[in-house]
Write a protein that binds this ligand. Structure first.
Ligand SMILES: [Zn+2]
Length: 362
């Protein structure tokens, strides 16, 4: 059965199967939502919103854990809607978090007098606390800290990452007044917070989340509260509806700003992305767009990969000729996107789907 939890987690490794796992989650999520919500439209919205969140977090979650994570997210969203957070739900498709953001790590430390932060910091070891405070508050660099402690900058950076991941978990637990029921809870939550997928497998995070409601609840809060992954060089967006086209456009623009493009180029890139996103919504209904910041032989740039499992295009050469646009005058279509970017590649198979890969260089 495709829609059983165990079958969902059983796929092998690799990019393609990771994508399949996400698509296989749809019936599972739908079942969870439909069991609690009667309004069909609302069921659709909540399923899509859940998928968007799972997609956003999937690079940080080990594959077998995706299914229980998705179930937890779906349940939380149902509860949120039940609590009358209609406005939040309606704006959630823009993937903008309207709930107040937790303070960033630096701010957390500067509000040390707060009892929640104090309690979280108190859970760190003395050494972890000292290194973190020296780095975040006193501005000591990793090289300086390494010299001071007879370590290497790489080891200090890794330690800082682990400490931040820990602090996020401790902050959440102190903030929600939750104390974890088992000895495995903290290690599981630390591994999730750090995005350490190998450790997640070792700890059987998937199995734990199925049994432990406490960690299930905290794990979603952990990812929901993470600031939009501004530091990542890769962003993935699920595209299923018109508003996703807008989101894809904005996301592309943000990534391109970070690559240092001129404002003219920003517009070109954003427009090309919105054209291929529109193509997905119009012809395939569902797909994903991955935007990456790349540095190749000293060249900075952005690559965009748009994939769908839609009907495919029989004659790709024709689809790329101006004036043959299937839009009949609406928008620029694929030929337009090709002209706006430096590199453009279209691969399509009828009945299987379409992949558009494009790049722009500074
Ligand atoms: Zn637990």
């Amino acid at each position: 059965m495709r829609d059983s939890l165990t079958a969902t987690g059983a796929s092998s490794v690799g990019d393609d199967s990771a994508r399949d796992v996400i698509l296989d989650l749809v019936p599972v999520i739908r079942r969870v939502v439909a069991a609690r919500v009667r309004d069909f439209q609302l069921v659709d919205d909540l399923v899509q919103e859940t998928l968007a969140r799972v997609m956003a977090a999937r690079n940080r979650i080990e594959q077998d854990t995706l299914a229980p994570y998705a179930v937890a997210v779906a349940r939380n969203l149902v509860v949120a809607v039940g609590q009358g957070q209609e406005r939040a739900r309606r704006t959630a498709h823009l993937m903008v978090d309207h709930t107040p953001n937790p303070p960033a790590d630096g701010e957390v430390l500067q509000r040390e007098e707060g009892t929640v932060v104090g309690a979280a910091l108190a859970r760190l070891s003395r050494q972890e606390r000292e290194v973190l405070l020296a780095h975040e508050v006193d501005g000591a660099g990793t090289a300086e800290l390494a010299a001071r402690r007879g370590s290497t900058p790489g080891a200090i950076a890794a330690q800082l990452n682990r400490t931040r991941a820990k602090l996020r978990v401790e902050y959440l637990m102190a903030d929600s007044g939750v104390s974890p029921p088992t000895d495995r809870c903290r290690p599981v939550l630390f591994a999730l917070s750090a995005g350490d997928r190998r450790r997640q497998r070792e700890l059987d995070t998937a199995g734990h989340l199925l049994e432990c409601d406490c960690c299930l609840g905290l794990s979603t809060a952990l990812f929901d509260r993470r600031p939009a992954q501004q530091d990542d060089d890769e962003a993935t967006l699920m595209v299923t509806k018109d508003s996703d086209v807008v989101t894809a456009r904005q996301l592309g623009r943000e990534m391109a700003v970070r690559a240092g493009f001129t404002s003219t180029d920003l517009t070109l890139i954003a427009t090309a992305i919105s054209e291929i996103a529109r193509n997905i919504v119009k012809f395939a209904r569902r797909g994903e767009i991955v935007i990456r910041l790349v540095d190749e032989h000293g060249r900075r740039g952005v690559t965009v990969v748009a994939r769908d499992a839609g009907p495919g295009i029989a004659d790709t050469a024709a689809a790329l000729r101006d004036g043959v646009s299937t839009y009949r005058g609406l928008g620029l279509g694929l030929p337009g996107a090709r002209r706006l970017m430096d590199e453009f590649d279209l691969v399509s198979e009828v009945g299987k789907g379409t992949t558009v890969t494009m790049a722009k260089w500074r």
